[in-house]
Design a protein around this ligand. Structure first.
Ligand code: F6P
Length: 620
């Protein structure tokens, strides 16, 4: 990959070049190269993620994929940082996913601490962790509520999950969100000399732009752990245009599923008139690659959890939970207590099921509290608990309780045991980026006697697992969920084993390590590999090495033409024809870029270095 410095953006063909030759497009010098990333065609995007062994016929032994990651000195930035303590409960998929990248690959991970600060800049508080470092920042107290409770979790979160009725927030929230992003970018300046920046999740959509505004010119990638919605839905988000424009300052945008990727591309088309080609979008800054990277788990680690000892306290908690079921079949749900998780509909489904088939099956619902200072979450907790109390009152007896519910958090090792004991995993979010509980449930099963996964068709995991594997359901339809649970509870062993084997093969064929290695490899391709001064003729923008031969051909043909005695008409014409041919080979690429270069207005830098709002952006 070649990045052409902005200082070269006026570079044109030499003044004595043929750029002004008859019939030739005079805009060649302004055009950025169109680099289509030949070696990342659409089909590769679509095939990212677990391979389907039934199609490929191969389930190969994977060697430790984390070792295949390019040797990059990475900076990872996310709002929340993993606890780095196996005895502490994990705080969601993101944390679980990135811990190994830091511990094994030596990355620096910057995120938020549990304390709030005064907003004064201080040196990055780097703490050695495994082979890497973690820096937990005290985010400014003044802006934190607007950033976290407000814009991130009351505006963006419901919008990204296509739940507009859950949206709230004040006008000031966006300012706080931008200021916290700025604060984090300035903190990251201390590690500006590392090789690449990998930013995570909806809290930090504009961080890449902030890093670039500070003059950090390393490749920056972003991965969204949540879904991305349709153009109509994103329009409900205040400042959505400015936000999406800032996202276009990243070099690589990663999504969980094709659905999210396609929604984002549709938003670019609808709101900016930008088209993509082979997963690449070109703006005045350069090219952005967009790709799906479906996150996975570490199945080997999960197997190790099953064998690991629990602390006495946790062992006691697990045993007393399991005692409730006295060996009878039960289903398990494990979710942060979040309205996107569809816990209320799941409870309704149990109501349906137990009306039809009394005392047939019970549910263990583990729902650690989440974002408890956000009003919608408080309401949701009440709603879920009321619904559970009703089901228990209507269908329970003195000896039998339909739903066992706890807000406690559990370590991965404790969860592994609970998943293993449950004959049905109920994962029914209204919408979800991926949902790693679905994969963890499968990974924890007994190969000889596995349980069945009931999975929302709107979870990202449903792009990995098909109808022959999980029982896919509409999470908004309690009756459908109830039927699936009943089917799962009565499924013959042979079918359970077949479905499980197929899902497990996929989980093993694309692990969390493959995910991070794939992402980092793609990000690596954004690194400067050819000095900019060798690319004067390229104008401004990006190109990749795959297209350099085309450019070199043209440059050579041009040099030959320039050396010819103008009085030698025949030679002159022949050389011109050669040069023209070489140019035309380039032209299609150039024009693709050229057409799009002006679709997105070039932001003008304000004194603060932040692009000023384009006219009309304020209405968002
Ligand atoms: O992508 C969703 C996410 O950011 C994950 O990291 C995690 O599942 C969860 O949300 C954590 O939320 P919070 O940090 O607000 O508790």
């Amino acid at each position: 990959m070649v990045r052409i410095q902005d200082t070269l953006d006026t570079a044109t063909l030499d003044s004595d070049s043929t750029s002004a030759a008859p019939g030739q497009d005079e805009t060649i010098g302004q055009a950025a190269f169109d680099q289509h990333l030949d070696d990342r065609p659409q089909e590769q995007q679509a095939s990212a993620g677990p391979s389907d062994p039934s199609v490929s016929g191969e389930v190969e032994d994977r060697f430790n994929a984390v070792n295949r990651q390019p040797d990059l000195k990475l900076v990872i930035i996310s709002n929340r940082v993993a606890p780095f303590d196996p005895n502490k409960p994990q705080t969601g998929g993101l944390a679980a996913a990135l811990e190994p990248v830091v511990e094994r690959s030596g990355a620096v991970w910057i995120g938020s601490s549990e304390t709030r600060g005064d907003g004064i800049e201080r040196p990055l508080p780097l703490v050695p962790t495994g082979a890497g470092h973690v820096a937990r920042l005290d985010l400014p107290a003044a802006d934190h509520p607007g950033y976290y409770r407000g814009y991130s979790n009351s505006t963006l979160w419901p919008a990204l999950h296509s739940l507009p009725n859950r949206m709230s927030g004040s006008e000031e929230d966006y300012g706080s969100y931008r200021r916290i992003n700025d604060f984090i970018a300035r903190a990251a300046f201390d590690v500006r000399d590392r090789d690449a920046f990998w930013v995570h999740d909806y809290h930090l959509l504009p961080l890449g732009a902030d890093l670039h505004d500070l003059g950090i010119e390393r490749p920056t990638g972003f991965f969204l752990h949540t879904p991305w919605p349709t153009p109509d839905m994103i329009e409900c988000v205040p400042n959505h245009r400015e936000l999406m424009k800032s996202m276009l300052k990243y070099d690589l945008l990663g999504f969980q599923t094709n659905r999210d990727l396609n929604n984002f591309l549709a938003c670019l088309r609808t709101h900016f008139g930008l088209e993509s080609e082979d997963g690449v979008v070109t703006t005045e800054r350069g090219q952005i690659r967009l790709q799906k990277f479906p996150i996975g788990i570490d199945p080997e680690q999960f197997a190790a959890y099953l064998a690991a000892d629990l602390s006495p306290a946790e062992q006691e908690k697990v045993s007393s939970l399991l005692q409730n079921f006295q060996g009878a079949k039960f289903a398990i749900g494990v979710d942060r207590l979040d309205y996107t998780k569809g816990i209320d509909k799941r409870v309704e489904a149990f109501n349906e099921l137990l009306t039809k088939e009394p005392q047939s099956i019970s549910l263990l619902q583990i729902a650690p509290s989440s974002r408890a200072d956000v009003e919608e979450y408080q309401k949701y907790k009440e709603d879920v608990e009321n619904a559970i109390n009703h089901v228990n009152a209507d269908h329970g007896t003195d000896e039998w309780r339909p739903i066992h519910y706890t807000n406690d958090s559990f370590s991965q090792a404790a969860l592994a045991r609970l998943y293993r004991a449950a004959k049905i995993g109920v994962v029914t979010p209204l919408r979800d980026g991926m949902n790693l509980v679905a994969k963890e449930y499968v990974a924890a099963q007994d190969p000889q006697d596995p349980g069945v996964l009931v999975l929302s068709k709107f979870a990202g995991a449903a792009e990995d697992f098909n109808d022959d594997e999980a029982l896919l359901v509409d999470p908004n339809d309690p009756k459908e969920i109830a039927d699936a649970i009943s089917e799962a509870a009565n499924m013959p062993l042979e079918e359970r084993v077949k479905r499980w084997r197929s899902m497990m093969d996929k989980i093993q064929s694309y692990t969390i390590h493959d995910w991070s290695a794939d992402y980092v490899r793609e990000l690596d391709r954004s690194r400067v590999t050819v000095p900019a001064d060798q690319c004067l003729h390229l104008g401004r923008g990006w190109t990749n090495e795959a297209h350099m031969p085309l450019y070199r051909n043209h440059a050579e043909a041009l040099a030959t033409y320039n050396e010819i005695d103008p009085t030698d008409v025949a030679l002159n014409e022949a050389a011109y024809a050669d040069e023209k041919k070489a140019y035309e080979a380039l032209e299609a690429r150039l024009m693709h870029t050229q057409r799009r270069l002006w679709d997105l207005p070039i932001p003008t830098a304000s004194l603060s270095g932040r692009p000023e709002q384009e006219p009309g952006a304020g209405e968002d």
